[in-house]
Write a protein that binds this ligand. Structure first.
Ligand SMILES: Cc1cc2nc3c(=O)[nH]c(=O)nc-3n(C[C@H](O)[C@H](O)[C@H](O)COP(=O)(O)OP(=O)(O)OC[C@H]3O[C@@H](n4cnc5c(N)ncnc54)[C@H](O)[C@@H]3O)c2cc1C
Ligand code: SF4
Ligand code: SF4
Ligand code: SF4
Length: 465
């Protein structure tokens, strides 16, 4: 078993001050792991960031687990996947791809997609195979933010369903199981899993404490402050947001389950767009910070990871559109494969396997390529400029000319984040009639491209006379 490189001696990032420096330099993605894994509870959460309030015994654990500062892919790969691991393939070492849903109808209906993440956890909890799960729920003190907790019953899991496209330092909840034996499961974003795996590489007790890890696919996350700004912008006069849902379902189901804000006067506002388009409008004005330097779209170090079935059919529309919902599942590890087979055999999950090419060609290829190639470009540029940048002790992927152009266009839109007045104006335009028209046209364009691609493929596959 390999460990992450320990080249922190003489490092400017040391102990609690090192974590403050990570935050100051914009490298913190707010996973919460340093808060949860500090053995003496030095940190509290302030505005979603770690903030030292107690004594520090200078063990440096917080800095060594911080995946905002460093992700040693080869070391984590050896730990999770064995010696054969190589950094580079788009989705990580994926064994198979599935379209699936929880068989429990309430869990499926409550899920962001098909309720697979919660369906699996509920099944293991009912059978006594785990003592609890580290999950994310709405923060009772700030509706635009998420918070972590340890769900120990199926009822508690109910509060955690749906994705929160907003910062949630949920791995701070690891502090609640620091003195327990486990086994626990954890659900997290790729960066949160990096931090947990780093701790597991340092101390195998954390492997037996949290032996099961479910990952979420992740493009970017939104700072909660921008979600709050959006919610306030559309508030009726005198009212304030009391609940923010990123993925509230209506009777059309997935993928129409979208952002919905509930206000103090009882009124409700719902985004006119799908969740992905809503996310894209808000992300235009959000300072995405550390997410811009993230390579991992598919949670390479999870046992299995879950996402939305954004896969187009031959007519260019979403092939797995369903009022009940489906989850896309990547099986990543050997253990993940065993767990998955059992979930199917024991009836907790139903699903069918799809070819990897179907996902890649008609699914989220662009997003994953962007995360690999454009992140590499950003890291190279920042290194050259001497700007703070996460440490990646790997050969960085090359960036194609196409991605270079797309990156330049992307940075033009980044100018939007310079002032709150700009942000407000652009949010109003984005969610107004002009934004709706532009997004409709973009969606129609994408459907056309997918249709043409399917027709070309069908033509190429037809037997020649
Ligand atoms: C920030 C973010 C970005 C995402 N980006 C993509 C993407 O680009 N492509 C894609 O296919 N899928 C993406 N997803 C995953 C997708 O939205 C669903 O979470 C996934 O399909 C699982 O659906 P489900 O119905 O099986 O899960 P459910 O049964 O609804 O369970 C969801 C689980 O996610 C956890 N969770 C919710 N919000 C957070 C959060 N902020 N941080 C950590 N854990 C959380 C909950 O604790 C719960 O365990 C993203 C999710 C998030 C939170
Ligand atoms: S006690 Fe250890 S983990 Fe906690 S803040 Fe200090 S160095 Fe970090
Ligand atoms: S990235 Fe995570 S571990 Fe690092 S400082 Fe931020 S919250 Fe702590
Ligand atoms: S993009 Fe990367 S750093 Fe940002 S939330 Fe997703 S996994 Fe974490």
């Amino acid at each position: 078993m390999g460990g992450p490189s320990d080249h922190f001696a003489g490092d400017p990032y040391r102990n609690a001050d090192g974590i403050r420096r990570v935050v100051r330099e914009g490298l913190c993605h707010r996973c919460g792991a340093c808060i949860g894994l500090c053995p003496v509870g030095t940190f509290t959460i302030r505005d979603g960031y770690p903030y030292p309030v107690g004594e520090c015994i200078r063990c440096n654990i917080c800095v060594r687990v911080c995946s905002g500062l460093e992700v040693d892919y080869p070391a984590l790969g050896r730990l999770v996947h064995g010696e054969g691991y190589r950094f580079g393939p788009l989705t990580g070492p994926t064994r198979s791809v599935w379209i699936a849903h929880a068989t429990d109808r309430a869990i499926r209906a409550g899920g962001a997609s098909g309720g697979v993440a919660t369906g699996a956890l509920a099944h293991w909890l009912r059978r006594g195979e785990i003592r609890g799960a580290i999950v994310t729920a709405a923060d009772p003190n700030e509706p635009a933010r998420g918070t972590g907790f340890v769900a120990r019953t199926v009822e508690e899991l109910g509060r955690t369903q749906q994705s929160r496209y907003t910062t949630a330092p949920s791995f701070a909840a690891l502090a609640q199981i620091r003195d327990e034996d486990g086994p626990f499961a954890a659900v997290g974003l790729p960066c949160q899993i990096h931090s947990l795996r780093k701790r597991q590489a340092m101390d195998p007790r954390w492997i037996s404490r949290v032996p099961i890890v479910i990952g979420l696919l992740c493009h970017y996350n939104l700072p909660w402050e921008v979600v709050r700004l959006t919610a306030e912008l559309f508030a009726p006069p005198g009212a304030h947001p009391v609940r923010c849902f990123s993925r509230q379902k209506d009777d059309r189901g997935w993928p129409c389950n979208t952002m919905e804000i509930h206000y103090s006067d009882g009124s409700v506002r719902r985004s006119p767009f799908s969740p992905a388009a809503t996310f894209n409008v808000i992300s235009r004005v959000a300072p995405l910070g550390r997410c811009l330097f993230c390579f991992d779209a598919c949670a390479e170090f999870a046992d299995f990871s879950v996402g939305d079935p954004w896969i187009r059919g031959p007519d260019g529309r979403w092939k797995y559109h369903s009022s009940e919902g489906f989850t896309l599942v990547f099986i990543q590890t050997e253990q993940g494969e065993r767990l998955w087979r059992r979930l199917l055999e024991e009836g907790a999950i139903e699903g069918f396997q799809i070819p990897f090419e179907e996902f890649l060609e008609n699914g989220q290829r662009d997003m994953i390529v962007e995360k690999k190639e454009r992140t590499a470009l950003r890291v190279r540029v920042c290194r050259a400029l001497g700007r703070p940048v996460p440490r990646y002790p790997v050969a960085l992927p090359r960036t194609s000319p196409r991605q270079l152009v797309r990156e330049l266009l992307f940075w033009v839109t980044r100018l939007n984040t310079v002032s709150q007045r700009w942000q407000r104006l652009l949010l109003r335009i984005g969610f107004g009639p002009l934004g709706q028209w532009l997004l409709r046209r973009r969606e129609q364009g994408r459907e056309r491209v997918a249709r043409r691609r399917a027709q070309r493929k069908a033509g190429a596959a037809a037997p020649r006379r």
